[in-house]
Design a binder for this molecule. Structure first.
Ligand SMILES: C[S@@+](CC[C@H](N)C(=O)[O-])C[C@H]1O[C@@H](n2cnc3c(N)ncnc32)[C@H](O)[C@@H]1O
Length: 196
């Protein structure tokens, strides 16, 4: 049996961890649910295919907005080693889990940011990856138009960017036929928003 003080410490830590997850789920409007293995595989093959298509620029920086437990960011960083993967997450526990995971796994091209992604400058991205919600995608829409350079690719699975025309939709062969939306920032969008 554990001494009572250790038992109290363990129970308190578990309660605090649970409370922190609930608090950030309510604050962010989404839980840290990870991308499934099947969707992850499809997403990775789409990224491989798209690498040559960023209007002459190579994919040097991939940004994942809301990286949760780091499942997707770690998979991208392992498979696409000639890029820097920037993973942004504001929920403390998933973020800490990702920090430990990346230290143990030695992910040299993965940069973690514990931050609200609305305050993160995403201009250096050549590719942005999201698994969020319709409401959050609607909020991000303006940020994408303001900050992303022409030719930058946005990949979002499950949730579309409202009002945007995807250049490609891939349906995963799973129970939900999960859609993966691929968008590209056109030259005209930036020109138009620059005048706002
Ligand atoms: C559905 S999870 C996706 C996790 C991961 N991207 C994956 O696919 O495995 C969405 C994540 O976005 C995070 N998130 C939501 N809003 C955020 C914000 N404003 N800033 C940083 N992270 C945010 C949530 O905390 C959650 O962990």
């Amino acid at each position: 049996m554990f001494p009572p003080t250790i038992a109290v410490l363990v129970i308190t830590s578990c309660l605090l961890a649970g409370a922190s997850i609930v608090l950030y789920t309510v604050k962010n409007g989404i839980s840290p649910m990870p991308t499934s293995a099947k969707v992850r595989q499809h997403l990775l093959s789409i990224i491989w295919e798209l690498r040559g298509e960023t209007e002459g620029r190579s994919v040097g920086n991939i940004y994942e907005l809301g990286s949760g437990w780091g499942t997707l960011a770690c998979a991208i960083s392992r498979q696409i080693t000639d890029t820097t993967v920037v993973a942004c997450e504001n929920s403390p526990l998933p973020y800490l889990f990702t920090v430990v995971r990346t230290k143990l796994g030695k992910y040299h091209n993965l940069a973690l940011k514990r931050q609200n992604f609305y305050r993160l400058t995403i201009t250096p991205a050549e590719l942005v990856v999201c698994y969020l919600s319709t409401e959050i995608m609607a909020k991000l829409s303006l940020k994408f138009q303001r900050e992303l350079r022409p030719g930058t690719i946005i990949i979002s699975h499950t949730f579309a960017l409202p009002g945007w025309q995807p250049k490609q939709i891939v349906y995963v062969n799973n129970l939900y036929r999960t859609p993966i939306y691929v968008y590209c920032i056109p030259r005209t969008t930036l020109a138009a928003t620059a005048q706002l």
